[in-house]
Design a protein around this ligand. Structure first.
Ligand code: I3S
Length: 126
């Protein structure tokens, strides 16, 4: 089973809670709704779990799947104008999905920005 989210791909950055808002789906703008999400970075995708326990259950419990974000062809950038919050980064996928990730702790969000950017760049080199 090649594409089962969270099952087969090496983890680059282990789970941590970040604030997440999906602001567009397939290019269509969505109403912003910030939620705290358990985020895991794998070599080719970002996974959003509702809670940390859900990561442990994935693979054990059918249907217990995270939301996955394909990083191939994606863009990541800091944004100051999509939110009044500080330390906000934006990920735009090749399919036109847009996500904001935020944490009040700057070193925390910097670490995620750097790791996601490295991943996007390495996938780009193909
Ligand atoms: O970009 P917006 O629409 O000002 O984002 C705010 C809204 O999502 C708001 O929810 P309501 O539209 O239900 O009021 C949130 O409570 C705010 O947090 C959003 O603004 P920030 O600046 O926090 O991203």
């Amino acid at each position: 089973p090649g594409d089962v989210a969270g099952a087969d791909h090496p983890i680059v950055l282990k789970g941590e809670y970040l604030n997440k808002a999906k602001i567009a789906d397939g290019g269509k703008k969505l109403r912003k709704n910030w939620t705290s999400t358990w985020v895991v970075l794998e070599v080719n995708q970002l996974l959003f779990y509702k809670e940390s326990k859900q990561e442990a259950l994935t693979g054990l419990k059918p249907g217990c799947k995270p939301e996955s974000v394909d990083l191939c062809g994606a863009h990541i950038e800091w944004t100051a104008d999509k939110s009044s919050r500080k330390n906000v980064l934006q990920i735009t996928t090749s399919s036109g999905n847009e996500f904001l990730l935020q944490d009040d702790n700057y070193p925390t969000i910097c670490k995620w920005h750097g790791a996601i950017k490295n991943t996007v760049d390495s996938l780009g080199k193909g």
